[in-house]
Design a protein around this ligand. Structure first.
Ligand SMILES: *Cc1c(COP(=O)(O)O)cnc(C)c1O
Length: 403
Protein backbone atom coordinates (compact mmCIF):
# COMPACT_ATOMS: atom_id res chain seq x y z
CA UNK A 1 0.00 0.00 0.00
CA UNK A 2 1.28 3.47 -0.90
CA UNK A 3 1.88 5.71 2.10
CA UNK A 4 1.63 9.47 2.33
CA UNK A 5 5.37 9.58 3.10
CA UNK A 6 6.10 7.77 -0.18
CA UNK A 7 4.20 10.47 -2.00
CA UNK A 8 5.93 13.29 -0.15
CA UNK A 9 9.17 11.82 -1.44
CA UNK A 10 7.72 11.63 -4.91
CA UNK A 11 6.74 15.29 -4.76
CA UNK A 12 10.28 16.23 -3.68
CA UNK A 13 11.69 14.39 -6.69
CA UNK A 14 9.12 15.84 -9.11
CA UNK A 15 10.88 17.90 -11.82
CA UNK A 16 7.79 20.14 -12.03
CA UNK A 17 7.43 20.46 -8.24
CA UNK A 18 8.86 23.97 -8.08
CA UNK A 19 6.12 25.40 -10.31
CA UNK A 20 3.56 25.18 -7.51
CA UNK A 21 5.21 28.08 -5.66
CA UNK A 22 4.60 30.27 -8.68
CA UNK A 23 0.85 30.24 -8.11
CA UNK A 24 -1.19 32.01 -5.44
CA UNK A 25 -3.11 29.09 -3.96
CA UNK A 26 -5.46 29.44 -0.99
CA UNK A 27 -4.50 27.66 2.24
CA UNK A 28 -6.43 24.59 3.24
CA UNK A 29 -7.72 23.83 -0.25
CA UNK A 30 -6.87 20.95 -2.55
CA UNK A 31 -7.83 22.29 -5.92
CA UNK A 32 -8.77 19.61 -8.43
CA UNK A 33 -10.73 21.80 -10.82
CA UNK A 34 -8.01 23.29 -13.01
CA UNK A 35 -9.83 21.71 -15.96
CA UNK A 36 -12.67 24.20 -15.36
CA UNK A 37 -10.89 27.26 -14.04
CA UNK A 38 -7.12 27.36 -13.69
CA UNK A 39 -5.43 29.00 -10.70
CA UNK A 40 -3.77 32.41 -10.41
CA UNK A 41 -0.07 32.69 -11.32
CA UNK A 42 1.81 35.15 -9.08
CA UNK A 43 3.11 37.10 -12.06
CA UNK A 44 -0.44 37.56 -13.33
CA UNK A 45 -1.42 39.43 -10.18
CA UNK A 46 1.65 41.67 -10.57
CA UNK A 47 1.35 42.19 -14.31
CA UNK A 48 -2.34 43.03 -14.11
CA UNK A 49 -1.77 45.65 -11.43
CA UNK A 50 0.89 47.25 -13.61
CA UNK A 51 -1.08 47.03 -16.87
CA UNK A 52 -4.09 48.64 -15.25
CA UNK A 53 -2.21 51.42 -13.44
CA UNK A 54 0.48 52.26 -15.98
CA UNK A 55 -0.65 51.13 -19.42
CA UNK A 56 -4.32 51.89 -19.09
CA UNK A 57 -4.11 54.52 -16.34
CA UNK A 58 -1.12 56.55 -17.50
CA UNK A 59 -0.47 55.78 -21.13
CA UNK A 60 -4.11 55.46 -22.17
CA UNK A 61 -4.73 55.13 -25.90
CA UNK A 62 -1.06 55.41 -26.81
CA UNK A 63 -0.68 51.92 -25.30
CA UNK A 64 -2.20 50.34 -28.41
CA UNK A 65 1.12 51.03 -30.14
CA UNK A 66 3.52 51.70 -27.28
CA UNK A 67 2.71 48.51 -25.35
CA UNK A 68 1.84 46.33 -28.32
CA UNK A 69 -1.83 45.99 -27.38
CA UNK A 70 -2.88 45.89 -31.00
CA UNK A 71 -0.79 42.78 -31.72
CA UNK A 72 -1.74 40.81 -28.59
CA UNK A 73 -3.98 38.25 -30.37
CA UNK A 74 -0.98 37.29 -32.53
CA UNK A 75 1.72 37.54 -29.84
CA UNK A 76 -0.27 35.41 -27.41
CA UNK A 77 -1.20 33.07 -30.27
CA UNK A 78 2.49 32.61 -31.04
CA UNK A 79 3.10 31.69 -27.38
CA UNK A 80 0.35 29.06 -27.55
CA UNK A 81 1.48 27.59 -30.90
CA UNK A 82 4.34 25.39 -29.59
CA UNK A 83 2.04 23.94 -26.93
CA UNK A 84 -0.21 22.46 -29.61
CA UNK A 85 2.30 21.57 -32.30
CA UNK A 86 1.40 24.57 -34.47
CA UNK A 87 3.67 27.01 -36.28
CA UNK A 88 3.87 30.71 -35.45
CA UNK A 89 1.21 32.67 -37.37
CA UNK A 90 -1.20 29.74 -37.25
CA UNK A 91 -2.80 30.68 -33.92
CA UNK A 92 -4.57 33.77 -32.57
CA UNK A 93 -5.98 34.34 -29.09
CA UNK A 94 -9.38 36.00 -29.19
CA UNK A 95 -13.07 35.72 -28.35
CA UNK A 96 -14.53 32.66 -26.63
CA UNK A 97 -14.13 29.04 -27.67
CA UNK A 98 -17.76 29.02 -28.78
CA UNK A 99 -17.37 32.07 -31.03
CA UNK A 100 -14.11 30.77 -32.47
CA UNK A 101 -15.76 27.48 -33.25
CA UNK A 102 -18.51 29.31 -35.13
CA UNK A 103 -15.95 31.14 -37.23
CA UNK A 104 -14.02 27.98 -38.05
CA UNK A 105 -17.10 25.90 -38.86
CA UNK A 106 -18.11 28.58 -41.34
CA UNK A 107 -14.55 28.69 -42.70
CA UNK A 108 -14.69 24.91 -43.16
CA UNK A 109 -17.87 25.24 -45.24
CA UNK A 110 -16.13 27.91 -47.29
CA UNK A 111 -13.18 25.56 -47.88
CA UNK A 112 -15.46 22.66 -48.87
CA UNK A 113 -18.12 24.23 -51.08
CA UNK A 114 -20.97 21.89 -51.92
CA UNK A 115 -20.47 19.79 -48.80
CA UNK A 116 -22.98 20.52 -46.06
CA UNK A 117 -22.54 17.90 -43.31
CA UNK A 118 -20.78 18.37 -39.97
CA UNK A 119 -19.97 15.08 -38.25
CA UNK A 120 -19.66 15.43 -34.48
CA UNK A 121 -19.86 13.42 -31.27
CA UNK A 122 -23.28 12.90 -29.77
CA UNK A 123 -21.82 13.28 -26.30
CA UNK A 124 -19.38 16.03 -27.21
CA UNK A 125 -19.26 19.30 -25.31
CA UNK A 126 -22.71 20.85 -25.82
CA UNK A 127 -21.62 24.38 -26.76
CA UNK A 128 -19.87 22.96 -29.81
CA UNK A 129 -23.09 21.33 -30.96
CA UNK A 130 -25.11 24.45 -30.17
CA UNK A 131 -22.84 26.52 -32.39
CA UNK A 132 -23.42 24.14 -35.31
CA UNK A 133 -27.15 24.44 -34.67
CA UNK A 134 -26.81 28.24 -34.67
CA UNK A 135 -24.90 28.22 -37.94
CA UNK A 136 -27.81 26.34 -39.44
CA UNK A 137 -29.87 29.53 -39.20
CA UNK A 138 -27.56 31.04 -41.81
CA UNK A 139 -26.98 27.84 -43.80
CA UNK A 140 -30.32 26.00 -43.72
CA UNK A 141 -28.94 23.10 -45.76
CA UNK A 142 -26.39 22.35 -43.04
CA UNK A 143 -26.76 18.92 -41.47
CA UNK A 144 -25.36 18.02 -38.05
CA UNK A 145 -24.68 14.29 -38.03
CA UNK A 146 -24.25 13.12 -34.44
CA UNK A 147 -22.68 9.75 -33.73
CA UNK A 148 -20.90 7.93 -30.92
CA UNK A 149 -17.20 8.73 -30.76
CA UNK A 150 -16.30 5.20 -31.93
CA UNK A 151 -18.37 5.68 -35.09
CA UNK A 152 -16.92 9.00 -36.28
CA UNK A 153 -14.95 7.46 -39.13
CA UNK A 154 -17.93 5.43 -40.37
CA UNK A 155 -20.01 8.60 -40.53
CA UNK A 156 -17.67 10.25 -43.04
CA UNK A 157 -18.59 10.47 -46.71
CA UNK A 158 -18.41 12.67 -49.81
CA UNK A 159 -21.07 15.04 -48.42
CA UNK A 160 -19.10 15.77 -45.21
CA UNK A 161 -17.38 19.13 -44.96
CA UNK A 162 -15.88 18.82 -41.52
CA UNK A 163 -15.30 16.34 -38.72
CA UNK A 164 -15.56 18.05 -35.31
CA UNK A 165 -13.88 16.19 -32.43
CA UNK A 166 -13.13 16.90 -28.77
CA UNK A 167 -9.46 16.06 -28.33
CA UNK A 168 -10.05 15.12 -24.69
CA UNK A 169 -13.60 14.25 -23.67
CA UNK A 170 -14.85 16.54 -20.90
CA UNK A 171 -16.53 13.72 -19.00
CA UNK A 172 -14.56 10.57 -19.69
CA UNK A 173 -11.14 12.14 -20.26
CA UNK A 174 -10.56 9.88 -23.27
CA UNK A 175 -7.91 11.18 -25.69
CA UNK A 176 -9.02 11.01 -29.31
CA UNK A 177 -6.68 9.64 -31.95
CA UNK A 178 -5.98 12.97 -33.56
CA UNK A 179 -3.67 11.69 -36.29
CA UNK A 180 -5.95 8.77 -37.23
CA UNK A 181 -9.12 10.87 -37.32
CA UNK A 182 -7.40 13.56 -39.35
CA UNK A 183 -6.24 10.97 -41.85
CA UNK A 184 -9.72 9.49 -42.13
CA UNK A 185 -11.28 12.93 -42.60
CA UNK A 186 -8.79 13.76 -45.33
CA UNK A 187 -9.39 10.45 -47.10
CA UNK A 188 -13.07 11.40 -47.24
CA UNK A 189 -12.16 14.84 -48.57
CA UNK A 190 -13.30 16.51 -45.34
CA UNK A 191 -11.50 18.78 -42.88
CA UNK A 192 -10.64 17.89 -39.28
CA UNK A 193 -11.50 20.42 -36.56
CA UNK A 194 -10.44 19.69 -32.98
CA UNK A 195 -11.60 21.24 -29.72
CA UNK A 196 -8.53 21.39 -27.48
CA UNK A 197 -10.30 22.86 -24.43
CA UNK A 198 -9.35 19.91 -22.21
CA UNK A 199 -5.95 19.18 -23.66
CA UNK A 200 -4.01 22.39 -24.40
CA UNK A 201 -1.70 23.12 -21.48
CA UNK A 202 -2.16 19.74 -19.82
CA UNK A 203 -1.04 17.10 -22.28
CA UNK A 204 0.95 16.91 -25.47
CA UNK A 205 -0.97 18.05 -28.50
CA UNK A 206 0.31 17.46 -31.99
CA UNK A 207 -2.09 18.84 -34.54
CA UNK A 208 -0.41 16.43 -36.94
CA UNK A 209 -1.79 17.83 -40.14
CA UNK A 210 -5.15 18.76 -38.62
CA UNK A 211 -6.85 21.60 -40.42
CA UNK A 212 -8.51 23.68 -37.73
CA UNK A 213 -8.72 23.83 -33.94
CA UNK A 214 -10.11 25.88 -31.09
CA UNK A 215 -9.17 25.90 -27.42
CA UNK A 216 -9.80 27.48 -24.10
CA UNK A 217 -7.72 30.01 -22.15
CA UNK A 218 -9.19 29.71 -18.65
CA UNK A 219 -8.72 25.98 -18.04
CA UNK A 220 -5.24 24.42 -18.09
CA UNK A 221 -3.67 27.59 -19.51
CA UNK A 222 -4.52 29.46 -16.30
CA UNK A 223 -5.62 32.60 -18.16
CA UNK A 224 -8.25 33.64 -15.61
CA UNK A 225 -12.06 33.58 -15.53
CA UNK A 226 -13.49 34.13 -19.01
CA UNK A 227 -10.00 34.42 -20.52
CA UNK A 228 -9.79 34.77 -24.30
CA UNK A 229 -9.81 31.49 -26.17
CA UNK A 230 -7.66 30.65 -29.20
CA UNK A 231 -8.07 29.32 -32.69
CA UNK A 232 -5.71 27.53 -35.06
CA UNK A 233 -5.90 27.54 -38.83
CA UNK A 234 -3.26 25.61 -40.78
CA UNK A 235 -1.35 27.95 -43.09
CA UNK A 236 -2.67 26.18 -46.18
CA UNK A 237 -6.25 27.15 -45.20
CA UNK A 238 -5.71 30.75 -44.23
CA UNK A 239 -7.34 31.99 -47.43
CA UNK A 240 -10.71 30.79 -46.09
CA UNK A 241 -13.43 33.33 -45.31
CA UNK A 242 -15.23 33.57 -41.99
CA UNK A 243 -18.46 35.49 -41.51
CA UNK A 244 -17.76 37.47 -38.30
CA UNK A 245 -15.88 39.94 -40.44
CA UNK A 246 -15.15 42.70 -37.98
CA UNK A 247 -12.62 45.47 -38.47
CA UNK A 248 -9.77 43.66 -36.68
CA UNK A 249 -9.90 41.03 -39.41
CA UNK A 250 -9.77 43.69 -42.11
CA UNK A 251 -6.61 44.18 -44.18
CA UNK A 252 -6.46 47.82 -43.04
CA UNK A 253 -8.67 48.43 -40.01
CA UNK A 254 -7.64 52.06 -39.79
CA UNK A 255 -8.33 52.82 -43.43
CA UNK A 256 -12.01 52.92 -42.37
CA UNK A 257 -13.00 51.54 -45.73
CA UNK A 258 -16.74 50.84 -46.17
CA UNK A 259 -16.01 47.47 -47.78
CA UNK A 260 -14.65 44.47 -45.92
CA UNK A 261 -11.37 43.22 -47.28
CA UNK A 262 -9.94 40.36 -45.23
CA UNK A 263 -6.38 40.59 -43.94
CA UNK A 264 -3.88 38.09 -45.24
CA UNK A 265 -3.05 35.22 -42.93
CA UNK A 266 -4.39 34.37 -39.51
CA UNK A 267 -5.48 37.96 -38.75
CA UNK A 268 -8.61 37.51 -40.86
CA UNK A 269 -9.95 35.18 -38.18
CA UNK A 270 -10.18 38.09 -35.72
CA UNK A 271 -13.36 40.07 -35.35
CA UNK A 272 -13.47 43.04 -32.98
CA UNK A 273 -11.16 44.88 -30.61
CA UNK A 274 -8.90 42.54 -28.62
CA UNK A 275 -9.65 42.10 -24.90
CA UNK A 276 -6.37 43.56 -23.70
CA UNK A 277 -6.63 42.79 -19.98
CA UNK A 278 -7.68 39.21 -20.62
CA UNK A 279 -4.90 38.69 -23.14
CA UNK A 280 -2.24 40.06 -20.81
CA UNK A 281 -3.41 37.69 -18.08
CA UNK A 282 -3.54 34.76 -20.50
CA UNK A 283 0.02 35.46 -21.65
CA UNK A 284 1.29 34.88 -18.11
CA UNK A 285 -0.46 31.53 -17.78
CA UNK A 286 0.74 30.42 -21.20
CA UNK A 287 4.36 31.39 -20.46
CA UNK A 288 4.38 29.28 -17.29
CA UNK A 289 2.89 26.34 -19.16
CA UNK A 290 5.42 26.65 -21.97
CA UNK A 291 8.27 26.76 -19.47
CA UNK A 292 7.20 23.41 -18.02
CA UNK A 293 6.71 21.99 -21.52
CA UNK A 294 3.95 19.69 -22.79
CA UNK A 295 6.00 16.50 -22.54
CA UNK A 296 6.75 16.88 -18.83
CA UNK A 297 3.21 18.08 -18.14
CA UNK A 298 1.73 15.07 -19.90
CA UNK A 299 3.95 12.62 -18.03
CA UNK A 300 2.97 14.08 -14.67
CA UNK A 301 -0.71 14.31 -15.60
CA UNK A 302 -0.65 10.60 -16.41
CA UNK A 303 1.19 9.76 -13.19
CA UNK A 304 -1.26 11.76 -11.05
CA UNK A 305 -4.21 10.10 -12.77
CA UNK A 306 -2.75 6.59 -12.43
CA UNK A 307 -2.20 7.21 -8.73
CA UNK A 308 -5.75 8.52 -8.30
CA UNK A 309 -7.20 5.42 -9.99
CA UNK A 310 -5.00 3.05 -7.97
CA UNK A 311 -5.93 4.68 -4.67
CA UNK A 312 -9.65 4.75 -5.50
CA UNK A 313 -9.54 1.07 -6.50
CA UNK A 314 -8.00 0.29 -3.12
CA UNK A 315 -9.93 2.69 -0.88
CA UNK A 316 -13.29 3.22 -2.67
CA UNK A 317 -14.00 -0.11 -4.39
CA UNK A 318 -17.67 0.78 -4.98
CA UNK A 319 -16.74 3.73 -7.20
CA UNK A 320 -16.65 2.86 -10.90
CA UNK A 321 -14.13 4.77 -13.01
CA UNK A 322 -15.67 6.66 -15.93
CA UNK A 323 -12.25 7.26 -17.52
CA UNK A 324 -9.90 4.90 -19.31
CA UNK A 325 -6.66 3.50 -17.86
CA UNK A 326 -4.63 4.63 -20.85
CA UNK A 327 -5.00 7.39 -23.45
CA UNK A 328 -6.44 9.56 -20.72
CA UNK A 329 -6.29 13.34 -20.42
CA UNK A 330 -5.49 15.32 -17.30
CA UNK A 331 -8.54 14.42 -15.26
CA UNK A 332 -10.11 11.36 -13.75
CA UNK A 333 -13.82 10.73 -13.39
CA UNK A 334 -16.07 8.28 -11.62
CA UNK A 335 -19.74 7.43 -11.61
CA UNK A 336 -21.90 7.79 -8.52
CA UNK A 337 -25.68 8.15 -8.46
CA UNK A 338 -25.36 10.93 -5.90
CA UNK A 339 -22.34 12.53 -7.53
CA UNK A 340 -23.54 16.05 -6.76
CA UNK A 341 -23.93 15.48 -3.01
CA UNK A 342 -20.65 13.56 -2.80
CA UNK A 343 -18.85 16.48 -4.47
CA UNK A 344 -20.51 19.01 -2.18
CA UNK A 345 -19.34 16.98 0.82
CA UNK A 346 -15.79 17.02 -0.57
CA UNK A 347 -15.94 20.76 -1.22
CA UNK A 348 -17.10 21.31 2.37
CA UNK A 349 -13.82 19.63 3.37
CA UNK A 350 -11.73 21.87 1.09
CA UNK A 351 -11.35 19.44 -1.79
CA UNK A 352 -12.64 21.07 -4.93
CA UNK A 353 -13.63 19.09 -7.99
CA UNK A 354 -16.87 19.24 -9.94
CA UNK A 355 -19.69 17.12 -11.36
CA UNK A 356 -21.15 16.66 -14.80
CA UNK A 357 -24.58 15.35 -15.68
CA UNK A 358 -25.88 12.87 -14.99
CA UNK A 359 -23.64 11.09 -12.50
CA UNK A 360 -19.99 12.00 -13.08
CA UNK A 361 -17.56 13.06 -10.36
CA UNK A 362 -14.69 14.90 -12.04
CA UNK A 363 -11.23 15.62 -10.68
CA UNK A 364 -8.95 17.81 -12.75
CA UNK A 365 -5.25 17.13 -12.22
CA UNK A 366 -3.15 20.16 -13.09
CA UNK A 367 0.45 18.98 -13.43
CA UNK A 368 1.77 22.51 -12.84
CA UNK A 369 0.51 22.80 -9.28
CA UNK A 370 -1.15 19.59 -8.08
CA UNK A 371 1.00 17.30 -5.93
CA UNK A 372 0.96 13.56 -5.41
CA UNK A 373 0.05 14.13 -1.74
CA UNK A 374 -2.97 16.14 -2.91
CA UNK A 375 -4.25 13.04 -4.65
CA UNK A 376 -3.62 10.95 -1.53
CA UNK A 377 -5.46 13.40 0.74
CA UNK A 378 -8.36 13.79 -1.68
CA UNK A 379 -8.91 10.04 -1.96
CA UNK A 380 -8.70 9.62 1.83
CA UNK A 381 -11.52 12.15 2.24
CA UNK A 382 -13.49 10.64 -0.61
CA UNK A 383 -13.23 7.21 1.00
CA UNK A 384 -14.35 8.59 4.34
CA UNK A 385 -17.34 10.38 2.79
CA UNK A 386 -18.43 7.22 0.98
CA UNK A 387 -17.82 4.92 3.97
CA UNK A 388 -19.70 7.12 6.43
CA UNK A 389 -22.44 8.31 4.07
CA UNK A 390 -21.51 11.89 4.99
CA UNK A 391 -22.85 13.03 1.61
CA UNK A 392 -26.41 12.01 2.48
CA UNK A 393 -27.66 15.33 3.84
CA UNK A 394 -30.29 17.61 2.31
CA UNK A 395 -28.11 20.72 2.33
CA UNK A 396 -25.53 18.91 0.14
CA UNK A 397 -28.16 18.21 -2.52
CA UNK A 398 -29.28 21.78 -3.13
CA UNK A 399 -28.04 22.79 -6.58
CA UNK A 400 -26.45 26.09 -7.41
CA UNK A 401 -26.44 27.75 -10.83
CA UNK A 402 -22.89 26.67 -11.74
CA UNK A 403 -21.98 23.06 -11.01
C1 LIG B 1 -14.86 24.66 -21.60
C2 LIG B 1 -15.16 24.22 -22.99
C3 LIG B 1 -15.63 25.13 -23.92
C4 LIG B 1 -15.91 26.51 -23.48
O1 LIG B 1 -16.46 27.34 -24.39
P1 LIG B 1 -16.66 28.87 -24.00
O2 LIG B 1 -17.11 29.48 -25.23
O3 LIG B 1 -15.34 29.38 -23.49
O4 LIG B 1 -17.65 28.94 -22.89
C5 LIG B 1 -15.82 24.68 -25.22
N1 LIG B 1 -15.58 23.39 -25.56
C6 LIG B 1 -15.15 22.50 -24.66
C7 LIG B 1 -14.87 21.09 -25.06
C8 LIG B 1 -14.95 22.87 -23.34
O5 LIG B 1 -14.53 22.00 -22.45
Amino acid sequence: MISRADLEARDRADPLGHFRARFLLPDGVIYLDGNSLGTLPRTTAEVMARVVAEEWGDDLITSWNRHGWVDLPQTVGDLIAPLIGAEPSEVVACDSTSVNLFKLLAAALDLRPGRRVVVAEEHGFPTDLYMVQGLRQLVPSLELRLVETESLVDALGPEVAVLLVNHVDYRTSRIADMAGLTRAAHEAGALALFDLAHSAGAIEVDLAGADLAVGCGYKFLNGGPGAPAFLYVAKRHQHARQPLSGWFGHAEPFAFDATYRPADGIARFLSGTPGVLGLRALAEGVRLTAEAGPRRLHAKATALGDLFLDLVAARCPSLAPACPRTARGSQVSFRHLEAYAVMQALIARGIIGDVRQPDILRFGLAPLYNRFVDVFDAVEQLADILDTGAWDRPELKRREKVT
